[in-house]
Design a protein. Structure first.
Length: 270
């Protein structure tokens, strides 16, 4: 079995991740919960999705949905679906990271991204089994090819719509605003922490934690400070490394480090 990571002294691989699942609940229960939640979510959000699709179509006459190849569990590819937020044809050019002032964004797309509504169609990916509600965010193949050995541990689980990192970096586009090289700044300021948080999630995953992260995701959408305070409290309760608790607060400037965060070696904060 390929070694994926050492996190807080614990060896992580796909077998370990599956064993963590079995301690709390069966994989069948997790899948049933995801399917039920995705079905209810699509039903409840159908009017919002329909209105958003019409707005995208009216903005420039292009297709409202955007499909992109992403890498899922065990490195298997799947087609992720989102509401299109960029001008037609830009999905194959430009940077991989998107700043809030990215000129490729349409006016409607910028609003959809700011409110995270472009992610709603991924409930379909959950329904068909490509994704889970909670798990590390899926990346494009070129990004996965750049993973360190440790970061490949993120592929041990189904990717999700939300996780620790999704809450902490819900403002990712704003962080990259005014950057002259969004991909470089993403690699230095965001990717290491996202990977560290994702790998830590693999080690402590449970049904109860997933429910807490869903609640905190909703909280951060309603009032960001409340969601961040709740997440930092949760990480402390889980006895997470101090660095992850610190970054979850987001009350200090992000430090540029090399991915992934070496969780056993604390990073210096101001």
């Amino acid at each position: 079995m390929m070694k994926f990571a050492w996190i807080a002294g614990r060896h992580i691989d796909a077998t370990t991740a599956r064993a963590n699942d079995a301690k709390v609940s069966t994989l069948e229960f997790r899948r049933s919960f995801d399917v039920a939640a995705a079905f209810v979510g699509l039903t409840v959000c159908a009017p919002v999705l329909a209105a958003a699709m019409v707005a995208v179509w009216f903005s420039d006459g292009g297709a409202p949905l955007f499909f992109q190849a992403r890498v899922g569990k065990d490195g298997l590819p799947f087609r992720l679906v989102k509401l299109r937020t960029m001008v037609v044809g830009t999905g194959r050019c430009g940077t991989n990271s998107t700043a809030a002032d990215d000129p490729r964004l349409t006016r409607v797309g910028r609003w959809l991204r700011a409110n995270k509504l472009d992610e709603l169609p991924q409930l379909w990916n959950i329904l068909v089994g490509d994704m889970a509600l909670v798990g590390p965010r899926p990346q494009i193949e070129s990004e996965v090819q750049r993973y360190t050995e440790a970061e490949r541990g993120l592929l041990a689980l189904r990717p999700g719509m939300t996780d620790f990192a999704s809450i902490v970096f819900a403002d990712e586009s704003a962080i990259l605003r005014y950057s002259d090289d969004p991909d470089r700044d993403y690699d230095l300021l965001i990717r290491p922490w996202k990977s560290g948080l994702g790998l830590y999630y693999v080690t402590v995953r449970s049904v109860g934690l997933d429910l807490a992260l869903i609640v905190l995701t909703i909280a951060v959408c309603v009032w960001r400070p409340l969601g961040l305070r709740g997440l930092s409290w949760l990480l402390r309760r889980l006895d997470a490394p101090d660095d992850l608790v610190m970054v979850a607060r987001r009350d200090q400037p992000l430090r540029a480090v090399t991915p992934p965060i070496p969780l056993s070696a604390p990073v210096s904060w101001p």
